[in-house]
Design a protein around this ligand. Structure first.
Ligand code: SER
Length: 585
């Protein structure tokens, strides 16, 4: 069965069970600056898992494009991918464990026709936070999984949470037996020997974990499930790796034909990284030296190094991009729609990097030789830093080079030099910022403070999801973009306007404090958390009303703002609304 058929069967099955099919969100999260990429289907649904009403109802299904880069260095083996598709079904306080398990079982055995003997499952064993999941266990027994193939594990295996805080709960995982011999008499789904491959996870989200207060029960009992499409495709086709399925074969074969060197690891790395780079670019990502942009840069630079290793030119690679787009466009039409942009962004980044790649590699070779001549098995931090700064080698790439040469790197020294370098560039950008301030005038500063009041008022009236998506200020007006799924009503706008004007009339003091990003987050400050952990940020408070991470400047008291008036509310892009407002003196 091809991947697209599995996807369609999944969505059709859950549609037949009363689920609304919703579209995949972008891989770059729309409302959540605290995470780099969408890593699971539940991520865009967090507000609804917490109790907000979803416009499509309380039973949902979708395919979600996901990027997970924690395993980026393992891509090239036979199972890690940086981009994958997660099929999911959700109950937002509708059905719970029994029904979810019954549907999972039916889908696997009756739609995908997986023999029951191939299936094992795991359930939560229970601990001080939550009891053993006997409901899940009984549901599996009732479905037809015999007791000896139902395993119990603790939080490490059978509890799911994205990160450290958020909606979470016990899960039950389904495993496919590949038929490989057991690794020992204790071989089980969690041993990792490869006999059992996890195919689906049902999370029963009825808890919320907060760092301060621990576990509390959510308003509603949710189900969140995730089935990895590439892995399921591989198993159903009896293939050893996802790279052997139709999702990758045309790209892998073209690379093999073009390469002058036979290296399957490099071919896998390139095939994987093209997919994830293309998806990030389609959803608006651009290579840069920070956060998301840095991951994209790393992906493109790494694949470029491997192309170079295989002696495939950039021109030849253009053709590989087209083959990959053509192969995947039925599943992801956005790839074909963004064909030119994908080529342009990848090519520009490659050209930038190609100029220095070979020099950098030569520099590295020389350093290895020097170190070995001196009887050392370690490359000094300043070489690693020079490769980063002068030749544009992401640290991870130098680590990969070192592994290939079986030599160590002094990363502690690198970290020190890197921090010093960051400090210097930060000072540079602060000076630039100061320059910018000279152009600020009383009017734009007042609009800036009004923007903070508006942001907070929107969250009060519309809900916490109404976070800032963009802002633009002139001497004539402010423009503010924020996340919200539908038109803001006249009554809501009136309420927002009223709240802002009340704060102005109160003549609240505006205060600025400097703190680390962690302290700012802990103090409840809103804002785009683009800074790095540990970095100092400025937090502006307006009385007790609003608190936001922001570079400033602001007025000293809100009384000087005059009267706030909303002039227009309109759509900005999907899920984003725009308000234009003025201050009348
Ligand atoms: N959120 C769970 C996971 O990522 C189930 O979708 O595994």
């Amino acid at each position: 069965m091809k991947a697209i058929e599995i996807r369609n069967k999944y969505l059709d099955y859950f549609k037949s069970k009363g689920h609304a099919v919703i579209p995949s969100s972008p891989v770059i999260p729309e409302n959540d600056p605290s995470v780099l990429f969408t890593t699971a289907g539940m991520q865009p649904l967090v507000p609804y898992l917490l109790g907000e009403k979803h416009p499509a109802g309380n039973k949902l299904t979708d395919y979600q494009k996901c990027i997970r880069t924690v395993d980026i260095d393992d891509v090239g083996d036979n199972r890690h991918l940086t981009f994958f598709e997660m099929l999911g079904n959700w109950s937002l306080g509708a059905y719970f464990k029994e029904e979810a398990i019954q549907m999972s079982f039916e889908f696997l055995t009756e739609v995908l026709h997986i023999p029951v003997e191939k299936l094992s499952v795991t359930v939560f064993a229970g601990d001080e936070d939550a009891p053993k999941d006997t409901v899940a266990e009984n549901a599996w027994l009732k479905a037809g999984i015999p007791q000896e193939r139902i395993y119990e594990f603790g939080k490490d295996d059978n509890w799911w949470i994205a990160g450290e805080e958020g909606p979470c709960g016990p899960d039950t995982e389904m495993f496919y037996d590949t038929g490989k011999p057991a690794c020992s008499e204790h071989c089980n789904p969690s041993c990792g020997c490869g006999k059992y491959v996890e195919i689906w996870n049902n999370v029963f989200m009825e808890y919320y974990k907060s760092k301060e207060t621990g576990y509390t029960k959510l308003k509603q009992q949710n189900v969140d499930t995730g089935l990895g499409l590439e892995r399921m495709t591989m198993l159903l086709q009896g293939k050893q790796t996802p790279f052997d399925t139709e999702l990758f074969v045309p790209t892998m074969e073209k690379l093999k034909e073009l390469a002058k060197i036979d290296d399957i690891n490099s071919r896998r790395i390139i095939s994987d990284h093209i997919r994830s780079s293309m998806m990030i670019i389609c959803d608006g990502g651009m290579p840069s030296n920070t956060d998301r942009g840095y991951i994209l840069r790393r992906l493109i630079r790494r694949l470029t190094r491997h192309l170079n290793k295989l002696q495939i030119s950039i021109e030849q690679f253009n053709n590989v991009i087209d083959i990959t787009i053509d192969n995947l466009k039925e599943m992801y039409p956005e790839l074909a729609e963004n064909r030119e942009k994908i080529h342009k962004v990848i090519l520009e980044e490659q050209n930038k990097f190609m100029r220095t790649l070979e020099h950098g590699e030569r520099e590295f070779e020389k350093a290895v030789k020097r170190a070995r001549e001196n009887g050392q098995e370690i490359i000094s931090g300043d070489v690693v830093f020079k490769l980063y700064e002068t030749y544009g080698f992401p640290l991870e790439m130098t680590i990969e080079l070192a592994k290939e040469q079986d030599i160590k790197l002094d990363t502690t020294e690198f970290d020190k030099l890197f921090k010093e370098h960051q400090e210097k560039s930060k000072m540079g950008s602060e000076n630039k910022f100061k320059g910018g301030l000279a152009e600020q005038n009383e009017t734009t500063i007042a609009y800036h403070t009004a923007t903070h009041l508006l942001h907070k008022a929107l969250q009060i009236v519309l809900g916490e999801h109404a976070t800032q998506k963009g802002s633009n200020i002139t001497t004539e007006r402010l423009r503010f973009d924020f996340a919200h799924p539908q038109k803001v009503t006249k009554e809501e706008l009136d309420e927002v306007e009223k709240i802002v004007n009340e704060q102005i009339q109160k003549d609240l003091p505006v205060k600025c404090e400097e703190m680390t990003l962690e302290e700012a987050k802990a103090s409840g400050a809103m804002g785009l958390f683009e800074s790095k952990y540990g970095e100092k940020v400025k937090v502006y408070s307006i009385g007790d009303f609003s608190k936001e991470i922001c570079g400033g400047p602001h007025v000293e008291h809100t009384g000087v703002l005059g009267t706030f008036k909303i002039k227009k509310e309109e759509a900005s892009s999907a899920g984003v609304r725009r308000i234009k407002a003025v201050l009348l003196k």
